[in-house]
Design a protein around this ligand. Structure first.
Ligand SMILES: [Zn+2]
Length: 143
């Protein structure tokens, strides 16, 4: 049976029906970080705890990755199978900016300040046949 396992541990709650991005928050100055940091970047305190950063944010800045990233790149894509994708920073509630792959992949689909939601997506299949999952952000559907 194929199982879905996180590409990297500790980035989001998994398995979960409504996954949340995980970061750290400093107990001294309340600075939040993603990925979680053992030391606070703001005040140097080691008193940080893992917190859920949420599953929604707003797009802070973005670009389109139009060529295959340099090695090491684990997805198994080659120059022939590569498809452009969006990449950007999403600002989470509390102000942490998270660098992430974006599902929208053309400039007319992306606008600074637009609401984004967390998506956990398959990244590649490992040698055990398990799907390795990573996180991305997609546009919140218009209502
Ligand atoms: Zn701090």
């Amino acid at each position: 049976m194929t199982s879905q396992v996180p590409l990297h541990e500790g980035l989001f709650t998994w398995p979960a029906t409504k996954p949340q991005l995980l970061g750290s928050r400093c107990s001294q100055c309340a600075e939040a970080a993603f990925p979680a940091q053992p030391d606070c970047r703001s005040c140097g305190s080691r008193d940080t705890t893992i917190v859920e950063l949420g599953d929604h944010g707003t797009l802070w800045t973005w670009t389109i990755q139009t060529f295959l990233p340099k090695h090491p790149y684990l997805s198994g894509e080659t120059a022939d199978t590569f498809r452009p994708y969006g990449v950007g920073y999403v600002e989470m509630p509390g102000g942490v900016r998270v660098e992430a792959r974006l599902k929208p992949n053309s400039p007319d689909q992306l606008k600074i300040g637009m609401p984004m939601q967390l998506d956990i997506i398959p990244f590649c299949t490992d040698e055990n046949g398990d799907q390795r999952m990573t996180f991305a952000f997609s546009a919140v559907a218009e209502v």
